[in-house]
Design a protein around this ligand. Structure first.
Ligand SMILES: [Zn+2]
Length: 441
């Protein structure tokens, strides 16, 4: 309930060593190798969204460089117990200087650093400057740092962190070893939350943890503070309902049901789902974003299979995705994904968010369930070739029948030029196969 409770988990489970860092294996590996081979660069630049551990990683790196390694000489991980490790963790090390450029971005703020650089570290191997939100530094401040950055004394290391890599001057970037930190995968956040709940004796439903991870959008810090918040509201038992209520998210199953309705072209199902979300006060932009990531998963599943690392889903979600992907053409899912991406963009500035979403999802349903021009052509060809017409293939998401022998170009042109084909295509752009047969009668 209090702030103290609120920050508890984020502090308690803050990674203390490289091994605790989640989702940034590519960076951790390179940093450890650099230390092991004694090839530590003068300056590092960590770029990535907020809450994914840039500052934490900077401190672990600083600890690893300055750890006294009293117990295990030759070890790369910081010991966490020596004087240096403890001082860095507590933010009181005189050899590790942190500057938050969001609030200290002027030349005067950088001056003490520049003056300090010539003095050797007092109690450690390196003097390390960690500059957070470095894109906020003024040009004058950067210029005064530039010379030092070019040729720092051998005992000086810089670690810059920023959420906006594009705003860092090219002259600076070129003098740093640059690392792009990733958003943490939802499933990795879920498993970390599960671990923490186990340790803390919290009984949380799997879907509750999934909801927290979805709400955190790749940031572990946000996920932990959300969990903290829920624990202070609900105590040691947390349901999906609790988590959804706090973050205004929709449940996993209702989102999956909406996706199914779209794939079936079920207009009523789509409209009812949106109505239910709206009545429950859910954020429509959020629904749209989550639906997009659901369909993105379907695209990935179709292209790379259920074991793909690019799938942003838990085991339970993958099972549902597999069922939904069956019998649906990959091209259609891709088109829906494309439409949803445009919708998400559009929802940022329209006033009638609900209506816009409704129309887009109905259109997505059409994409899933109506015939493409290719299929229309094939059907017309069939109709032309055989009278009476063969048994109509089922509409909706049923598999498309195997293509007839390929038409020659001349034949294709003939079909395209056919006034009947053209009139049907013109008149009913979203026509289904049965519609066309109807028209042909
Ligand atoms: Zn240590």
């Amino acid at each position: 309930m209090t702030d103290a409770t609120h920050t508890q988990l984020t502090l308690k489970y803050r990674p203390m060593a490289f091994a605790d860092v989640i989702g940034q294996e590519h960076v951790v590996r390179t940093l450890k190798n650099a230390i092991a081979s004694n090839h530590v660069a003068n300056a590092y630049l960590f770029i990535g969204p907020r809450g994914i551990g840039k500052t934490t990683l900077s401190r672990i790196f600083a600890k690893a460089l300055n750890c006294l390694h009293e117990e295990n000489p030759g070890e790369i991980e910081p010991c966490a117990h020596c004087r240096n490790c403890e001082d860095i963790a507590a933010g009181r090390s005189i050899d590790v200087i942190e500057l938050d450029a969001a609030s200290h971005n002027k030349v005067e703020d950088v001056k003490p650093i520049i003056e300090d650089i010539q003095f050797k570290p007092t109690a450690s191997k390196y003097k390390i400057f960690i500059i957070d939100e470095c894109h906020m530094l003024s040009n004058a401040a950067w210029n005064s740092l530039l010379k030092t950055l070019e040729e720092p004394p051998p005992f000086v290391k810089f670690v810059f962190a920023t959420t906006e890599g594009d705003k860092v001057l090219a002259t600076i970037v070129s003098r740093c070893q640059r690392f792009d930190l990733r958003r943490i995968l939802t499933k990795d956040i879920v498993s970390r939350l599960k671990y923490i709940c186990g340790k803390e004796g919290i009984d949380a439903e799997d879907d509750a943890l999934l909801a927290i991870a979805r709400g955190a959008e790749g940031g572990m810090r946000d996920a932990l503070s959300s969990l903290d918040q829920l624990i202070s509201f609900k105590g040691s038992k947390i349901t999906e309902e609790d988590a959804l209520g706090v973050f205004g998210l929709v449940s996993r199953t209702s989102l999956e049901n909406l996706a199914s309705a779209i794939l079936k072209g079920d207009d009523a199902g789509i409209l009812e789902a949106i109505d239910a979300f709206d009545s429950a006060g859910k954020n429509m932009r959020r629904v749209s974003a989550e639906l997009l990531s659901h369909f993105r998963n379907l695209v990935v599943l179709k292209a790379l299979g259920p074991k793909s690392k690019s799938l942003e889903a838990t085991e339970e979600q993958i099972a549902v995705l597999q069922a939904q992907a069956q019998g649906v053409d990959a091209g259609r899912i891709f088109k829906i994904c494309d439409l949803l991406a445009q919708t998400e963009d559009k929802l940022r500035y329209v006033l009638s968010v609900r209506t816009t979403l409704e129309m887009s999802l109905l259109r997505a349903g059409r994409i899933a369930s109506t015939a493409t021009i290719e299929e229309l052509m094939r059907a017309v060809r069939e109709l032309k070739a055989a009278a009476p017409a063969p048994q109509a293939p089922a509409r909706d998401s049923a598999p498309v029948p195997p293509p007839p022998p390929a038409a020659s170009d001349a034949h294709r042109k003939e079909i395209l030029d056919d006034p009947v084909v053209n009139s049907i295509i013109d008149a009913v752009p979203g026509a289904s196969l049965s519609d066309i047969r109807e028209k042909r009668k």
